[in-house]
Ligand binder design. Structure first.
Ligand code: TPP
Ligand code: MG
Length: 322
């Protein structure tokens, strides 16, 4: 594999930022500094970063779901503005009116996170139709969880995207639970990607979604296929969330042993070992990134804490499109 070193380190850094950022937000929620519900991407870093590293950042588009921190960071959002948004500050990406579940970054190609399970799918195919009609050459990646595949919109949008041959990748990050319900109790097939054939689209499976290189190489292949105008693809990767569904989850539906087993498959440690073993980066370079990432997250907290609250009048702004 011939991936420039700069790109490898960029992916490593993005995974570190996701982990450090979300662990920090988790601590801030517990301290009462962050209001509202938050859903974390810790443990799912490779499944997010590998996919986004294969698209054209700043040009291609994504939609995401309630667990969107990982995608936003992988796409290169400004961490200060993201932390401010999560704290409801005026300097946030949505001027503090969206919070964790509605992070959007239109300049970066992030059409927005979404609190409605399956809610990003209609947006994704609408955006994909625009790209096709305007011949922009851009593609859309629609991120969702394993729990979203039994929503009606999954079937409707996959079908329509297939019929209209839209440039969209439907990407199911399968962390094996929808809140407390195991996926095996929700579907009577082994995996979600197997549904692709019902809609006449190719289905792809990434068995080890904690292997960054496996996710990235599979996505490179899929992105090329979709960009060439061949229509949509459904892809699924298997990973695991280390933390609760949200900050209010006591986690009684799974054992500590199961969580510990998955922690041994840590996507960041594995990629670090891969870089070192193959002489693709030095220990010093990696350590430097680890420190820089922690500093950037601390900086984002300082920025957010010292930012102003939105004014009362701003509640009436940005409601209608000009
Ligand atoms: C339409 C709708 N139904 C139910 C919910 C409540 N809900 C929030 S997250 C979630 C589970 C989603 O599971 P999954 O898609 O696997 O994503 P994960 O949280 O595992 O990343 C549910 C049922 C909702 N937000 N929207
Ligand atoms: Mg899930």
């Amino acid at each position: 594999m011939n991936i420039p070193k700069e790109k490898l380190l960029e992916m490593h850094r993005a995974m570190l930022d996701i982990r450090n950022f979300d662990n920090k937000v988790n601590r801030l929620v517990k301290k009462g500094v962050v209001p509202g519900m938050t859903h974390f991407s810790v443990g799912e870093e490779a499944a997010n970063v590998g996919a986004i590293a294969a698209i054209e950042r700043g040009s291609d588009l994504i939609t995401s779901n309630h667990r969107g921190h990982g995608q936003s960071i992988a796409l290169g959002i400004d961490l200060n503005a993201m932390m401010a948004e999560i704290m409801g500050k005026a300097t946030g990406t949505c001027k503090g009116k969206g919070g964790s579940m509605h992070i959007a970054d239109l300049d970066g190609g992030n059409l927005g996170a979404n609190g409605i399970v399956g809610g990003g799918m209609g947006m994704a195919i609408g955006a994909a139709l625009t790209q096709k009609m305007k011949n922009t050459g851009k593609i859309v990646v629609c991120f969702f969880g394993d729990g979203a595949v039994n929503e009606g919109t999954f079937h409707e949008t996959l079908n329509l995207a297939s019929v209209w041959k839209l440039p969209v990748i439907f990407y199911s990050i399968n962390n094996m639970y929808g809140i407390s319900t195991p996926i095996k109790d929700m579907i009577n097939i082994d995996y979600n990607y197997q549904r692709a054939s019902s809609y006449g689209v190719p289905g792809h499976f990434i068995e080890d979604g904690n292997d960054l290189m496996a996710v990235y190489t599979k996505f490179e292949e899929i992105v090329k296929y979709v960009r060439e105008g061949n229509g949509p693809v459904l892809v699924e990767s298997i990973t695991y969330r280390w933390l609760g569904h949200s900050t209010s989850d006591p986690g009684k539906y799974r054992t500590k042993q199961e969580v510990d087993e998955w922690k041994k498959k840590d996507p960041i440690a594995r990629f670090r070992d891969y870089l070192l073993k193959n002489n693709l980066a030095s220990g010093e370079e990696i350590a430097k990134q680890e420190v820089a990432s922690e500093e950037a997250v601390e900086e984002s907290v300082k920025f957010a804490l010292s930012s102003p609250e939105p004014t009362l009048e701003s509640a009436f702004e940005d409601i209608y499109a000009p």
